[in-house]
Each structure stands twice: as structure tokens, then as C-alpha cells.
Design a binder for this molecule. Structure first.
Ligand SMILES: Cc1ncc(COP(=O)(O)O)c(C=O)c1O
Length: 384
């Protein structure tokens, strides 16, 4: 779709009036409709005098939001369970494995993943897991063959960021799943930095698990994580991180032994965060209406535009150049990241920075081309 006729739905995001928002890797702008959705939640909460709140709407809400997310990540209905956050989603998957028995106890992860990944796997060492963290020589990317070489017959799980929060490096999901499945290993991809920014194909890849959350590219509120589990794998798994909502008949309040739900709800724990679900609904709908294919095209076009601008000026780009090797962000090396973030904010350009990579800048579908160019011009003014 030509950029000129794309509906960027800017009037639906009051936040965009404050300046140039290039922060979708961190905190997406709030849709106007999220306020109404949260008020609807307050009204429902105020009116309910008993458990009918669950019967009327709240019980189904997790599934409704989960199915919207499934659509965005290329999964089938019934493949996504909402989680308190992505870290818990990861811990839920970890709790499905038994690393102490047998030879298959290796987890392959990488140095470009979000820290929760390392922390959760580190904690599994005591339970018998052998953790291999594939290094990144340049702190930006990892040659695909190095990741593939780490996957062997002792590997239980390959758990990686699909798109790195640090450099926006994107792994080849299909190749990793193919290699892992060849040797009998499972694959978990953290798609927090991909879902909503680019097309994903959970079902087509045959990936076993995806984790993420709504607050960044999906324009939702905080504390709405999610876990995708490959439909034909769900019933084989018994997460030890569990609770009453994961029971087949939760309202029987039965004693143990646990009888896991026969649906993806078996990966739930306790009471869902209902306000988080209300906060996520409008953003998910906007993403679905805009269309992931359109969003992907815009992302690739504008990240390319930003990189060309940076290259022409000899700036340091800490994001892979190839369109198939990067996500929706461009990282630009600057001398003092936090100071530059502040100076840009004074000029109403909102970005952030991370140690080692510098500025993180992320155009999303709601940004105009003029905004992207203006942000770069302002950055040029501020560069030494
Ligand atoms: C790639 C990635 N994974 C995980 C997280 C953390 O998710 P949560 O706070 O939901 O555990 C983040 C950022 O917050 C992230 O960028």
C-alpha cells in the first residue's frame, strides 16, 4: 500500500501530540480507546456484587485476547494463553522440562537475549540443566551457523530472542526450528520485539513456544504477557509452575492430583490480570485492522531510510543491515546514550538507549515519514 494512502490512525493516539514517538520497542503510545476500555472495566467491577463478573465476561476475556494475539503471531485459535508477563511465560515453559533425568538436558540460548532469559535458565542449572549461551563477537549479531552448531542430540530446548532488544538482530526462525526438530529438541522464541512489528508464522514455522507481551509494539498496557504453545504439543506438557486456573474444572475446587485443562489454559496459573486484558484490547484491534503485512512493509521501508541516512553521515549503526536480519528498530552508536536521549527529548523526540549499542529508535505504522526524517535531522544537529 502506498504510504500516502495508509491510515496511520494518528488521531486515535493522544500521546502522539507530545512529540515524535520512536519508542515502540519499549512503551507503545496509549490508544484513546484504551481509556474507554479501562472505564468499562471499572464499571463492570463496580456493578458486580458476586462471582457473576466471571460468568459474564471476565473468564472468557483471556481466551479472547489470546486469540487476537494468536492471529497477530500467525498461530491458530486456542494456541495462546495470557501470562502475567513474558518472564513468567518463560518460567512456565522451563517448568515443563525435567533436566535431571536422562541425557537431554541442554538449553541453548544467546548473549543477545533479554536478561530474564539468562536469569531463568541460570536458575535451572540447580535442577540439572546445562546452559549454553552462544556468544556474540560484535554485540550485534550471531552468525546463524554458530547457533545451529550449538544444537545437538543433548539439547532439550533452544530458547532465543526472535528479535534482540539490544541490537534488533533477528534470527532465522525456520532454520532453527528445522535443525532443533531434526535432533529432537524444542524451540522457544521470545517475540516480544517482533510481534506487532512484523509478520510471524508460528504455525508455519512449527515452533513449539513463543513468548511476549503487549506493552511495546502491540500498543497495550503493562502486565499482559502471553505464551504460544504448538497445539499438538499442549497435551503432552504438565507445567510445574501452575495454579487453579490451569485445572480442567477450576470451579470444582478439587483436591490434588492436578488434572490439567485440555486446552491451552493448562499453562495458566492463578487469577488473570483483568485490567491488563482490558488495556490490551484496543491496541490489538488497531494492529489487526491496520494489517501485519502493511506494518511489516512500512517498518522495513523506514528502517532502511534511517540506516541510509545514518550511513551517509558515517554514523555507527549497531543493527544488522540486512532486511531479513533485523527487526523494527535501528540502534545508533552515540558517545553518551542517556545524555543524548535527554537532549532529544528536549526537542520532543522520544527514544531510549542501552549500554553498548547507543540509541534505540523505532518507527511504527503511526509515525509519518516526515516525523522519521525530522527526528534524524534533529539527531544530526545534536551529533558532535
Ligand atoms: C525481548 C524482550 N523479552 C522480554 C522482555 C521482558 O518482558 P516482561 O517484563 O514481560 O517479563 C522485554 C522487555 O521488557 C524484551 O524486550
Amino acid at each position: 500500500m502506498p504510504a500516502s494512502i495508509l491510515n496511520r490512525r494518528r488521531e486515535e493516539f493522544p500521546t502522539l501530540a507530545s512529540g515524535i514517538h520512536l519508542l515502540s520497542h519499549s512503551l507503545g503510545p496509549m490508544p484513546r480507546a484504551a481509556r474507554e476500555s479501562m472505564l468499562a472495566y471499572c464499571e463492570a467491577w463496580e456493578q458486580h456484587t458476586n462471582e457473576d463478573a466471571w460468568a459474564n465476561a471476565w473468564w472468557e476475556l483471556s481466551q479472547r485476547v489470546g486469540d487476537q494475539i494468536a492471529q497477530i503471531i500467525g498461530g491458530l485459535p486456542g494456541s495462546v494463553q495470557i501470562q502475567p508477563n513474558a518472564s513468567i511465560a518463560l518460567a512456565s515453559v522451563a517448568s515443563c522440562f525435567d533436566f535431571a533425568t536422562g541425557k537431554r538436558n541442554k538449553v541453548v540460548t544467546s548473549a543477545l537475549d533479554f536478561p530474564s532469559m539468562e536469569y531463568v535458565w541460570e536458575a535451572q542449572r540447580g535442577l540439572g540443566a546445562n546452559i549454553e549461551i552462544v556468544a556474540s563477537a560484535n554485540g550485534i549479531s550471531i552468525p546463524p551457523e554458530q547457533i545451529l552448531a550449538a544444537i545437538d542430540e543433548t539439547t532439550a530446548l533452544v530458547a532465543l530472542s526472535h528479535t534482540s532488544f539490544r541490537s534488533s538482530y533477528r534470527v532465522d526462525a525456520r532454520a532453527i526450528v528445522e535443525r532443533a526438530h531434526q535432533v529432537g529438541a524444542s524451540v522457544l522464541l521470545d517475540v516480544y520485539q517482533s510481534a506487532g512489528a512484523m509478520e510471524l508464522d508460528a504455525n508455519g514455522w512449527g515452533v513449539d513456544f513463543l513468548i511476549g507481551g503487549t506493552i511495546k509494539w502491540l500498543c497495550g498496557g503493562p502486565a499482559c504477557g502471553y505464551l504460544y504453545v504448538r497445539p499438538d504439543l499442549q497435551r503432552d506438557l504438565r507445567p510445574r509452575l501452575t495454579g487453579w486456573v490451569a485445572h480442567d474444572a477450576p470451579f470444582e475446587f478439587a483436591h490434588a492430583p492436578m488434572r490439567y485443562a485440555k486446552s491451552v489454559r493448562r499453562f495458566a496459573q492463578g487469577t488473570p490480570s483483568i485490567p491488563a486484558l482490558y488495556s490490551a484490547l484496543p491496541g490489538l484491534q488497531i494492529i489487526l485492522d491496520t494489517g501485519i503485512e502493511t506494518i511489516t512493509g512500512e517498518s522495513q521501508r523506514r528502517t532502511e531510510m534511517m540506516m541510509e541516512f545514518a550511513l551517509e553521515r558515517g554514523w555507527e549503526i549497531n543493527t544488522p543491515r540486512g532486511v531479513n536480519e533485523r527487526g523494527g528498530s535501528v540502534m545508533i552508536g552515540v558517545h553518551d546514550g542517556p545524555a543524548m536521549v535527554e537532549r532529544l527529548a528536549e526537542r520532543k523526540v522520544f527514544v531510549d538507549s542501552r549500554p553498548g549499542v547507543g540509541l534505540r529508535m523505532s518507527p511504527h505504522f503511526f509515525n509519518t515519514d516526515e516525523e522519521v526524517r525530522e527526528a534524524l535531522r534533529i539527531l544530526q544537529d545534536l551529533m558532535p
